[in-house]
Design a protein around this ligand. Structure first.
Ligand code: NAP
Ligand code: HSE
Length: 431
């Protein structure tokens, strides 16, 4: 791959939203000689041109709501910041075929179609970089591609969604789920459809990209089990604290022997003294575990316009200078989300005699051993929350027991089952 022609690299931004306008701001800040914003494309663009953020685009910038103008322009690099599968996917294809390099932050598109688009870029002698697609402003992708390509990475784990981390770390301090979700949307952290964040689908896409980049494994995102954070309640933080833990959305992928890999995204109890628990607000954290060099930790802000724009602009500079990415062959792998771990089970019941005995019966029937029972005083008997923790048991076995417990008359809500993360679970068994 050769560097673009010496001098100025012209940039077109598709999507003038949270990240697009922040990229324009960085490009106009005067510290990036050689990059020039030439065009902004957005639907109904007059609205964007009249926005306060439009001041970051110079007077010579072309504003358009016709995609053909982008292809016809003299922009060297297209920055795709619209998001979602389509039409962004088609636009990227057309840009690559037109001989324009592409920088994107679109994790959904890269998770599902990354290899195919990378081949198209290569066939057309241009570049496709997606450093902002995982962990926003934290350089995990370039770090893995350049700095860790010589490692045999066996596991990646961490916090990959800034919105969930923002919500859970504020709930830990007593704020309500609904209130902090609204704030995350207002502040531009959440995806346009926030169920992608809270449901784990955003983190799942990022985990699949990381599995590809770090472990050379191609996973089908649809096969990676996810669990929403939406069922987490204030009471869970109170009980988690009694167990020396808090709650974070954890994403984990691990090499297994054979053609299968462990991968899962779920809210989990994490020890209060673990780095995941220390991650507050929009912080992301990724730990790469390697066979030779051990653990490497990446952390920083994983969501928000400015942080993400830094990653986008870093990719733009790499394209402008013809930086070559390391590429290694990737193998398709099946996925299991099953692993052996202690579990936290929270029930909300209309109290009556025999409930604990029925729950322990359902758990013993599947061979799950109870480790502790926590019942705080002071809650009304007609809506009583209490918690059972289990000794290490397969997730699938716990799920089967929880299904039968959910059918009990006294259950006012579906029970909540959360894995409890063991700090150094290198030797943890996986199914
Ligand atoms: P956003 O604020 O919703 O911006 C998207 C922009 O694209 C909006 O201006 C929207 O216009 C425009 N757009 C959407 N659909 C379009 C269409 N069909 N035709 C033309 N324009 C269209 O989203 P964002 O937060 O900047 O995210 C952009 C990308 O960056 C996504 O892939 C996201 O996953 C990724 N990302 C975001 C963050 C973050 O913290 N926000 C971090 C890392 C990666 P309207 O105003 O008309 O809707
Ligand atoms: N919505 C995403 C998040 C943006 O909250 O992490 C960064 O990809």
């Amino acid at each position: 791959m050769t560097a673009l022609k010496p001098g100025v690299t012209k940039v077109a931004i598709l999507g003038f939203g949270t990240v697009g306008s922040a990229v324009a701001k960085l490009l106009s800040a005067g510290y990036l000689p050689g990059l020039q914003l030439a065009l902004v494309y957005n639907r109904d663009v007059a609205r964007k041109r009249a926005s306060a953020e439009a001041r970051f685009a110079g007077p010579d910038v072309l504003w358009t709501d016709h995609f053909e103008d982008v292809l016809r322009s003299d922009a060297d690099v297209i920055v795709e910041l619209v998001g979602g599968g389509e039409p962004a996917g088609t636009w990227i294809e057309q840009a690559l075929v037109a001989g324009k390099s592409v920088v994107t932050a679109n994790k959904q598109l890269i998770a599902y179609r990354g290899p195919e688009l990378a081949r198209l870029a290569q066939a057309n002698g241009v570049q496709l970089l997606h450093g902002a697609a995982v962990a926003g402003g934290v350089p995990v992708i370039p770090g893995m591609l350049q700095g860790l390509s010589g490692e045999a990475v066996t596991r990646v784990s961490g916090i990959l969604n800034g919105t969930c981390n923002y919500i859970l770390s504020r709930m830990e301090r007593g704020d309500s789920y609904a209130e902090v979700l609204k704030d995350a949307q207002r502040l531009g952290y959440a995806e346009s459809d926030p169920t992608a964040d809270v449901g784990g689908f955003d983190a799942r896409a990022k985990l699949c990209i990381l599995a590809r980049v770090a472990m050379h494994a191609e996973l089908d995102p649809e096969q990676v089990p996810t669990q929403s954070i939406a069922a987490i309640d204030a009471i869970d933080f109170a009980y988690a604290r009694e167990l020396g833990c808090t709650i974070r959305q954890v994403s984990k992928a691990q090499q297994l022997s054979g053609d299968c890999m462990y991968a899962r995204v779920a809210p989990m109890l994490v020890p209060l003294d673990s780095p995941m628990a220390w991650s507050q607000g929009t912080q992301n954290m990724v730990v790469s575990t390697g066979r030779f060099g051990g653990d490497v930790v990446f952390s920083g802000h994983g969501a928000g316009g400015n942080a993400t724009a830094v990653a986008v602009v870093s990719d733009l500079l790499a394209v402008a200078q013809g930086a070559r990415a390391v590429t290694l062959p990737v193998q398709p792998k099946g996925v299991t989300g099953d692993s052996v771990a202690p579990h936290y089970l929270r029930f909300i019941v209309d109290d009556k005699p025999g409930i604990v005995s029925a729950i322990s019966g359902a758990l013993s029937k599947v061979g799950a051993n109870i480790d502790s029972l926590l019942q705080r005083r002071g809650y009304p008997k007609h809506r009583l929350p209490f918690v059972v923790t289990t000794e290490p048991t397969l997730n699938s076995i716990i799920a089967a027991a929880v299904d039968s417990i959910a059918a009990m008359d006294c259950m006012l809500e579906p029970p909540l089952a959360l894995e409890m993360l063991v700090v150094d679970d290198k030797d943890e068994e996986t199914a």
